[in-house]
Design a protein around this ligand. Structure first.
Ligand code: DHB
Length: 388
């Protein structure tokens, strides 16, 4: 960051302490509303609006105003927007972050301005280490990949090829799955990666066919799963005897119903299914669909919904103070029931602790859903747990 920009933020941090007395708390919500990751932006924006519709726009005597900005999925754009939100709009909290590079690009601004950065979508483990002002309500890829590896080996899968998007969360998924699967006694025949932007699966799918593994383990980000499945079928891999296993990012509720019966039976691990069996979730899904023309909420939506709850709960604890250090102290250790199940913010790492569910794609009422059949409770990010 330019020295001049830092000085501007530093100066305005001093000025903004006067803003604590004001009656409005502003949240800068930075999301990819257009571009390849637009479904993530749409889901989180809808969830944030739903949260305020159901819980009101006032907390601890303060009016909560959300300022939505479209980062188009580009880190430099997000960084500029974050600076403007801090300096011009004097937001008390930055939130959103649909992709890892965006969450990482904004972290130095959060640190400098002492403004909490609530990560509602991105999933690379290291993001929470990029600033002491980061807290996460989404997930890490290791959280789902390690249980997926454990399930696979226990269920007769001995040889796997991995296929991931070639950036932070994909590399975390590849490493955490492979390390666990090998430690349990399995063989990784190949680790394949494809570019995040304009992914072409054809060349890697040929390699999968040649390697003839028992299973193919896949991570691609939310919104890309349908494209992958289409090519998997076009290459005839659905009929080759290679089982498809995945993180739940692939069998994304946002797209699952359109993928067709080829995904029936696909086993995957994740933190949220629209089919999750709880009264809280049923009410959430109904309200979300009603407010959004029938759109089914996905795992990104709960990251946004829970992120808003975290901000509201923190403001209650600080009695409405927007001091960044007080908000971060209030965030640590907060626990509540989410539509996904019980969750909390680890006070040591500021990362989310949540159940991971093993699911099978099945038909429920004529529609495709990820049907949960096993639960691994209270999973902490395995990457950070291994460092201790
Ligand atoms: C990230 C983005 C996704 O859409 C997803 O499903 C998982 C991780 C990320 O960029 O961190």
């Amino acid at each position: 960051m330019l020295r001049r920009e830092l000085a501007a933020i530093a100066a305005l941090t001093l000025v903004s302490s006067g803003a604590a007395a004001q009656d409005t708390v502003k949240i800068g919500l930075i999301l990819p509303m257009t571009g390849q990751q637009a479904s993530t932006g749409k889901q989180i924006d809808a969830a944030v609006k739903l949260y305020q519709a159901r819980n009101g726009t006032t907390v601890a005597g303060k009016k909560v105003e959300v300022i939505l900005k479209d980062d188009t999925g580009v880190a430099d754009v997000a960084k500029r927007l974050a600076q403007e939100l801090v300096v011009n709009d004097k937001v008390a909290v930055l939130a959103g972050f649909g992709l890892t590079p965006i969450a990482l690009a904004v972290a130095p601004i959060a640190t400098q301005a002492k403004v909490p950065e609530i990560v509602m979508a991105a999933g690379t483990s290291s993001i929470t280490e990029a600033s002491p002002y980061v807290a996460r309500t989404s997930f890490t890829l290791a959280q789902s990949s390690v249980p997926m590896a454990e399930w696979a080996y226990k269920n007769g899968i001995k040889k796997v090829v991995t296929l991931v998007s070639d950036y932070g969360p994909g590399i975390d998924a590849e490493k955490s799955f492979s390390d666990k699967f090998k430690a349990d006694g399995g063989t990784i025949a190949e680790n394949l990666r494809i570019p995040l932007r304009t992914p072409d699966f054809a060349p890697v799918l040929q390699k999968v066919a040649d390697a003839k593994p028992d299973a193919l383990f896949v991570f691609v980000p939310s919104g890309t799963g349908a494209q992958f499945v289409k090519q998997f079928v076009e290459r005839g891999l659905d009929k080759s005897g290679v089982k498809l296993i995945a993180t739940g990012d692939v069998t994304d509720d946002d797209q699952l119903n359109g993928m067709g019966d080829v995904v029936l039976g696909v086993i995957n691990a994740h933190n949220y299914s629209a089919d999750h069996d709880s009264a809280l979730n049923k009410a959430y899904v109904d309200a979300f669909k009603k407010a959004n023309g029938g759109l089914r909420p996905n795992f990104m939506s709960v990251g946004g919904y829970d992120g808003m709850n975290l901000i509201y709960e923190a403001l209650k604890k600080t009695n409405g103070s927007t001091d960044g250090d007080k908000l971060m102290a209030a965030i640590k250790g907060t626990a509540w029931e989410s539509p996904r199940g019980p969750i909390s913010i680890d006070p040591d790492t500021r990362d989310i602790v949540q159940n991971i569910y093993i699911r099978k794609v099945d038909k429920v009422g004529g529609e495709l859903y990820n049907v949960e059949f096993a639960t691994i409770p209270n999973v902490k990010d395995p990457v950070k747990a291994a460092k201790k």
